[in-house]
Each structure stands twice: as C-alpha cells, then as structure tokens.
Write a protein that binds this ligand. Sequence first.
Ligand code: 4AD
Ligand code: MG
Length: 435
Amino acid sequence: TRVKAIMEATDDPLLGKTVAVKGWVRTKRDQKAFSFVEINDGSCMKGVQVVIPQDVPTYSAVERLTTGASVSVTGVVVESPGKGQRFEVKAQEVHVVGECPTEYPLQKKRHTLEFLRGIAHLRPRTNTIAAVARVRSALAQATHDFFREEGFLYLQSPIITASDCEGAGEMFRVTTLPSEVSKVPTLEDGSTDYSQDFFGKPAFLTVSGQLSGETHACALGDVYTFGPTFRAENSQTTRHLAEFWMIEPEMSFADLRDDMDNAEAFVKHVVSHAMEVCGSDLEFFNKFYDKELLQRLQRIKDKPFVRTEHERWLAETRYDTAVFVYDYPRDIKAFYMRDNEDGKTVAAMDLLVPGVGELIGGSQREERLEQLEAKMVEFNLSPEDYWWYNDLRRYGSVPHAGYGLGFERLVCYVTGVENIRDAIAFPRSPGSAEF
Ligand code: 4AD
Ligand code: MG
C-alpha cells in the first residue's frame, strides 16, 4: 500500500484493513509501551505514522529503525488519536530492510538547496526535491494529455544533428574518438578537422527539435516533440542549463495568432492539472518558498494572457500575469521566422511570466522559398546546408507555426523554486556533470 492511499483517504473502507507499507524512516519516538515511527515512501509529502506496540514479536527491530533506514511494516489501519493525520498504522510485523548509520547526511533538519545539489543522488529523499519530482512528473503527463486531446502527433526528434536551428553557435560537438576536451582539432590551413566527428561528418547535440518538427507538420498536421535539448552557452544563471527539456509543438495551416492561442491553452491546462493532482505539494511550496504562489497560479488559470506588440511592451510597465510579446525586430531573431509586411519585424512571440521571465519562444515560420533563401544568405547561412528544410517550401508549402517551452522553467514557475538546477533531477551546467 502506498502511503498516499492511507494519508489522503477520505472514506472509511481503509479502516480496519491490513496494509503493508514499505519506505524509509523519517523520525522515531520511543515511549513506554509504544514506538512511533514516521515512514515516508515518496508517494506524498507526509509520511504515515506507524505505532509499534512493545509486544509485537518483531519489536526488537525498532532499535535499528534510525533515520534513513528502509523498512517494511504490516499492520492495521486505525483512527489516529494524534493531531495532523486521520489514520495511522498499528504494526503487527516490522522488518528492517536496510540499516542506515548515523553519518547519513539527511538527518531530520532543514538543508539548503545548495547543499543538496552536492548530493544529487540522495536529495530526492527530501521533502522539497521529492515534491519537485512529483510536480514535474504531473506536468509531463499533463503535456502528453493536452496534445493528445488536441489531436497532435507525438514525434521523437533526433538528438544528434548537423543543423544549428537557432543559428546561435551554441552547440556541443559530437566526436567518435576520445579527444582532448575543449580542443577543437584544426587542419594545416586552419579549418576545423571534422575527421573525428560523427563518422567523418560534423555532428552536434540538438539545440531544438523544431526543424524536424516542421518536416512532420508539413506531412501529418499538428505534431509535438518533448525531449532533451542542449546549449553550450557558458552562462551561470539560475535560468539556464546546458541540458534542458523542451516541448515543441508545430502546427500546419497556422499563423502566429493560432500559435499564441495554443500556447495559452497549453499553459492553462498544465497549471490546472498540477493544481488538481499536486495540491498538497503546491501548498508546501506556497508555505515555504513563495507565499504568492497559489494566488499567481490561480490567476494564470483564470485570466486571459496579455498580448502586446514588442514596441509597445518596451514602453509599458510590469504585469502580474503572463504576457505574450510579439512582432519582434527581425534582426535580433532567428532566420526561420516569417517577415512581417513592414519589413522591420517578424511574426515571433515570447511568453513572459513573472519570476521566471521567458517561458516560451515561438513564431510563424517563413514558408516562402524565395524570402527564406534570401534571409539565410543575409544571416550568413548557406541555403545548400538547409536543402531539405527548403524542400518543405518547394513542395506544397503551407503557412505553419510553432513554439518551444522550456520544461524546467515551467517547473520553476509552478513550484516557485528559484534555481533551475532544482527543477531537474541531474542538472547539467558549467562545472557539473557528476551523478
Ligand atoms: O527561445 P528558444 O531558443 O526557441 C527555440 O529554440 C525555438 N526553436 C523553439 C520553437 O519555436 N520550436 O527556446 C525556447 C525556450 C525558451 O523560451 C526557454 O524557456 C527555454 O526554451 N530555454 C532554456 N531553458 C533552460 N536552459 C537554457 N539554456 C534554455 N534556453 C532556452
Ligand atoms: Mg528565446
């Protein structure tokens, strides 16, 4: 029986039932005739209180029930006389599965998130990181639910690729042979030696699944990807990771307005779902991390997002809700974004949310071959390298649009956790690839 089923039971059918609980000891209190042990199994924030009477045959195990020890208990669910929980388990049998010595670093006290980052293998045993993991899992599930209900096809885009989608030169190179880290081999004439790369051809870790997404949107209709992406930017901020997960829908026969409509419905859906299934975790974050959290999430659910043109947004002040900023100057944005009629801006949008900043970046794509090739040249890209991408415009081109949502930023936003390194189980950023 998962602890959650006992802790969150609202009806009585559990009462008097025999259950088997397996988990880890959080705390233990010994009294004359009983010992009280709190057992947590990660299924919910609170552990279940197990009362072990001295006369159970396996009582001698209690001595070894130190914080962190793993334990298996069989017992009966009874009404709890204590405060804080409705039910507790009266043990009939107790077994220590794995002992835990006192040098265990997670003794019952509060630890800083920074300290916990140094023990990434143990930190999921803490309230905060366990709650983040549960919320993250719920958000991932809600993502798939949303797109399935909207009729999107789930596409798995490649991780190894030759194309730099964002054209920002922030890619990690893939090599087939071990070579000195950070030393790019060069040939006699000074050009890069790719002979050690992906079987003799240059290859990189993808920065975005978008271009692959477009191939399928232009064949199958609406599609989305949800997978890891990589950026070799050497920035030590609380918003950037070298490896992060991105959700990238791509819609055919769609323009920028359709793009924003979908993004708004998506964010509202996943936030609602998290509030529904992770209520006690979000209450915990609201209490210990961000007193405004629940209010803010409720606003995101209920209020329409603000939409403002880039130029106007620069002049306006702060918003307390999500804001789409659109029609950015073309020169500061990626080559694939569709030029607007004014010749100065592109049909691009970012979704900005308080606390996190940019949560989503998206655009309508340039579907006109001539304009696209001219822009590639202008942006110092060679149209030949993108021959297959341009084919999509050559053969039955359609207006299409999409966006990318940074999944860890969404987790930060929904939990109120400030540092993006706490929103992913094993963060990858400059200086950290351990665990
Ligand atoms: O704005 P970006 O760079 O857009 C793209 O990659 C497009 N190809 C997406 C598309 O249209 N299909 O990235 C999209 C989002 C950002 O808004 C941000 O939330 C997140 O990805 N992101 C990062 N998250 C964590 N660490 C980083 N280094 C990130 N870079 C971008
Ligand atoms: Mg962006």
